[in-house]
Design a protein around this ligand. Structure first.
Ligand code: TXA
Ligand code: MG
Length: 313
């Protein structure tokens, strides 16, 4: 785990325009000063991320978030008070102080206050908003431990703050408040139903194909292990050697990894289980399809992307 000196060092590096890896409650992030376009450019280079994929800006207070948005609607205030710090990103009209490479040229910015105490402290000390995508190469699995982040970035890994395993385990919910009606751009561990209840209005779901600027969370292939992933209901693949992420099934196909039964524990375990499965260099990873009800929506979304939507029956 990291020391107080590490937090100070991370804050100094951010102020100096360098990259650092920071823990959040969802996944580890590759962070840079969001107000410095050269620092932000380094993120894109290290990740191999296309310039068309906007970054999330992390803040340490609601006040800091307000200063980065051109408009701060009532819905933003309600949701920030209810869920921040926590796994919700709100997309709002961007303030001119945010360089255009942070938002991939869009007129909006994704803002979120992460719940990890070490990262909140680093942002406070740096006194800067922090742009941070997940600390992995483009299309690969997000890291949920410090070791995963080092694995993903290899010898390029910048100074890293180790905050232990991530508590939530999949990426934040992304909700746009930039138009008339709230639109769910990426599901996660806060459900659409919960958001609707808190807001007292309907939340739309974005279609897979969004206008001229698709969100990277919308890319079909994302959050992927290297091994071919199949989502299965009952039938196991007949050929080759595989790994099976089992939920309730007693089937003993290939090497079995038993997954937790509740959505919260499942999400927390998911990416480490996929990494373990991938490391076996098998012919396939079969994942038992979880229930379709709402607490599982964020998980199902990531599974579909990992499996390119392939479901066998
Ligand atoms: O949990 C998380 O959100 C993690 C941690 C590090 O905070 N970050 C993360 O970042 O997952 P990334 O870059 O892997 O995903 C960013 C998501 C993408 O789906 C992107 O489309 C969306 O946020 N996003 C960011 N800014 C946006 C904007 N202005 N308009 C629409 N979508 C935006
Ligand atoms: Mg990512």
């Amino acid at each position: 785990m990291s020391t107080d000196g590490d937090l100070e060092r991370a804050a100094e590096l951010l102020r100096a325009g360098e990259l650092v890896v920071l823990p959040t409650e969802t996944v580890y992030g590759l962070a840079a000063n969001a107000l410095n376009p050269q620092a932000v450019e380094r993120i894109y280079r290290m990740k191999g991320r296309p310039a068309t994929s906007p970054l999330i800006v992390h803040v340490s207070s609601i006040e800091m978030a307000r200063s980065l948005a051109r408009q701060w609607p009532g819905e933003a205030e309600i949701l920030a008070k209810k869920y921040w710090p926590g796994p919700l990103t709100m997309v709002l009209p961007k303030h001119a102080s945010i360089p255009s490479n942070v938002t991939a040229g869009l007129d909006t910015v994704g803002l979120r206050m992460p719940r990890h105490p070490l990262t909140l402290e680093v942002i406070r000390r740096a006194e800067l908003p922090v742009a941070a995508p997940s600390a992995n190469r483009f299309t690969e699995l997000s890291p949920t431990t410090a070791a995963h982040a080092r694995d993903a970035l290899g010898s390029d890994t910048p100074f890293l703050v180790d905050g232990g395993p991530c508590e939530v385990g999949i990426e934040s919910v992304v909700l746009s408040l930039a138009g008339g009606q709230p639109v769910l751009l990426r599901p996660g561990m806060i459900t659409k139903q919960e958001l609707e209840d808190v807001l007292g209005c309907a939340v739309e779901t974005a279609s897979r194909i969004e206008g001229a600027h698709p969100s990277p969370g919308m890319h079909e292939k994302h959050y992927s292990p290297r091994t071919r992933v199949l989502l299965v209901k009952e039938e196991m693949p007949k050929q080759g050697r595989g790994v099976f992420l089992a939920l309730h099934s007693e089937a003993a196909a290939g090497h079995v990894i038993r997954m937790p039964h509740t959505p919260g524990a499942y999400a927390q375990r998911l990416y480490s289980a996929l990494r373990e499965a991938d490391a076996r260099h098998a012919d396939w990873i079969a994942i038992e399809l979880p229930p379709a009800d709402s607490p599982w929506q964020g998980i199902l979304d990531r599974l579909r992307r990992a499996g390119m939507g392939v479901i066998t029956h």
